[in-house]
Write a protein that binds this ligand. Structure first.
Ligand code: PEP
Ligand code: MG
Length: 578
């Protein structure tokens, strides 16, 4: 048995598919002068293969998205013929006797660094093209196979050193039985997405430097306990098949609650909305009875593509979500990249502390054209239903005002073009930076609503990186400091008379229900998979009793005692699912 961290609940049983890692191993020995000709021949062969490959991709792309988008590949083809890039590579081979792949890598690094230093968006884009083409060439020189997932006909458990949110976005949940990764914590975005899609996941495998699993191994993964069994015994298989079937039955029992209102035994109504990052997750949310979308993580629209999405493309997606939400509100959060979410075409400098760095609203306020384009698309979608805008990672009043200034400019442009939008659109902010909690009273005067992002708030308040599996045991959403901060935020919102909700993962934790009732928070937004469980808990809770329990929890001094008290309350009020 291998111990890891629970990423997403549930048991999965199946064959492993191990995703090879992308790290290149470059030869470091110098070449003999007599081998130079051979090295050049290898280089030219690699260029020919890369060119053929790019031409094929271009053609495929052309058929799917049209000539405009596919023209990016013309730029790639041009790089393969660029005399400056090529002579740099040739020079390194010729003068330094380095292998072709080393020369290509050094040439890429040289041009990318040079272009990155220029304060010119066009040149920065060229740097990206060079990186892309160079990596393709490298792949051929090294004979590295193209990494593709197994054909979507045989369900598998995906095993990887690390899985980026964009890789996860590509998976077909019908064929991925479960996920195992070496790296990543419970609130990494990959884990959040796995939960949203209902795929059991174990991450942060204890003390494992290499993956202890091979493609074809039979695996049991227990996402509830964070354990993995490799090639288990028959007895183990039987036991876990029973557990898996029981979980399946519970899910089916809960499904009948999809159309029921979320209300406590004594009549307190909660609005349960969903967190989504794709239209795939939206459908899942609707099946689980979500009343609207409380957090649309729009960054996933920007991932896995060669360039930024146009206003039109974004508008189409937002409109689709808003229309599907059927009258319930959709809170669209503006771009929140950085941290563990990256865009291939927007190279962010390596940072010592990416979660404390260039991310979210900081990037939007730096790249204002990009921000304005997104706001324009959201505004245009606002005529199709009830849309709200939310800014992430706010820590000061200035940031809100600066963001609103860009919003006003977007509105002015639309006015001039005679394009309709909701002029009373509500503006809110994520409360996820400790500073925002402390000045919540000041921020409340600037916005229409708060939404508490406990994932980041917990990592910032406790100084526990949400991605770091080594300290995952210190990540305590029920820490007394967090409960106090939740209370401070709720009090500030109530005093100012603005709406408040919670959209971090804690909202989907049924143990937290008494806390929300006590703090007067009646809007929760959570992973689609948590909706029915939390609703079931609410239906079996008397708000008055719950408030008394929460009151005592808020006065406690240890996370462990708080959790124990909340669990005891569930035990006492459990109408058990079998
Ligand atoms: C949060 O930080 O709690 C949150 C909801 O945002 P994200 O998980 O996307 O950072
Ligand atoms: Mg956040």
């Amino acid at each position: 048995m291998i111990q890891g961290i629970s990423g997403a609940a549930g048991v999965a049983i199946g064959k492993a598919f191990v995703l090879p890692s992308w790290e290149w191993d470059l030869p470091d020995q110098k070449m003999d002068v007599v081998d130079l000709a051979k090295e050049f021949e290898r280089l030219y062969e690699g260029i020919r293969t890369s060119r053929n490959e790019i031409e094929t991709i271009k053609q495929e792309f052309n058929e799917v998205v049209g000539p405009e988008e596919s023209s990016i590949f013309d730029a790639h083809l041009a790089i393969l013929e660029d005399p400056v890039f090529m002579s740099e590579i040739q020079g390194i081979i010729e003068r330094q006797y380095k292998a072709a792949e080393v020369a290509v890598k050094e040439a890429i690094d040289h041009f990318v660094t040079m272009f990155d230093l220029l304060d010119d968006e066009y040149m920065k884009e060229r740097a990206l093209d060079i990186k892309d083409v160079g990596n393709r060439l490298l792949k051929h020189l090294l004979g590295a196979p193209e990494i593709t997932l197994p054909s979507d006909t045989q369900p598998y458990i995906l095993v990887a050193k690390e899985l980026s949110p964009s890789q996860l976005a590509h998976l077909n949940p019908n064929y991925v039985l479960g996920i195992v990764t070496l790296i990543g914590g419970k609130t990494s975005h990959s884990a959040i997405m796995a939960r949203a899609l209902g795929i059991p996941m174990v991450s942060g495998l204890e003390n494992s430097v290499n993956l202890p699993v091979q493609t074809g191994d039979t695996l049991i993964i227990n996402g509830d306990e964070g354990t993995v069994y490799v090639n288990p015994s028959e007895k183990m298989m039987e036991k876990y098949k029973r557990i898996r079937n029981q979980q399946q039955r519970k899910k089916e029992q809960l499904q009948v609650l999809a159309k029921v209102d979320a209300v406590t035994k004594d009549g307190i109504i909660m609005n349960l909305a969903a967190n989504i990052s794709s239209t795939k997750e939206l459908e899942m949310a609707l099946r689980h009875g979500a009343k609207g979308v409380g957090l649309f993580r729009t960054e996933f629209l920007y991932m896995d593509r060669p360039t930024f999405p146009s206003i039109e493309e974004q508008y189409e997606v937002y409109r689709h979500v808003v229309e599907r939400a059927g009258g319930y509100s959709v809170v669209i959060r503006t771009l929140d990249i950085g941290g563990d979410k990256q865009l291939d075409y927007l190279p962010l400098a390596e940072e010592e502390n990416p979660f404390l760095g260039y991310r979210a609203i900081r990037i939007s306020l730096d790249l204002k054209d990009l921000f304005k384009a997104q706001l324009t698309a959201i505004l245009r979608a606002s005529v199709h239903g009830k849309v709200k805008i939310m800014y992430p990672m706010i820590s000061s009043i200035d940031e809100i005002r600066e963001a609103n200034q860009v919003l006003r400019e977007a509105m002015k442009d639309l006015d001039q073009q005679g394009i309709a939008y909701d002029k009373d659109i509500q503006i809110g902010i994520m409360i996820e930076v400790p500073a925002a909690v402390v000045i919540a009273d000041l921020l409340a005067a600037e916005v229409d609503f708060f939404s508490i992002g406990t994932n980041d708030l917990v990592q910032y308040v406790l100084a526990v990186d949400r991605m770091n599996e080594q300290i995952a045991h210190l990540y305590h959403p029920f820490h007394p400091s967090i409960l106090r901060m939740l209370k401070m935020t709720a009090d500030a919102a109530h005093t100012a008379g603005i709406d408040i909700s919670v959209c971090g993962e804690l909202a989907g934790d049924e143990r937290a229900v008494p806390i929300w009732l006590e703090l007067g928070i009646h809007n929760l937004s959570m992973s689609p998979q948590s909706l029915l469980r939390v609703k079931h808990r609410l239906l079996n809770t008397c708000a008055e009793d719950a408030k008394a329990v929460a009151k005592s929890c808020i006065a406690m001094s240890k996370s462990h005692d708080i959790e124990a008290k909340l669990e005891e309350f569930i035990e006492e009020n459990a109408e058990r699912l079998n």
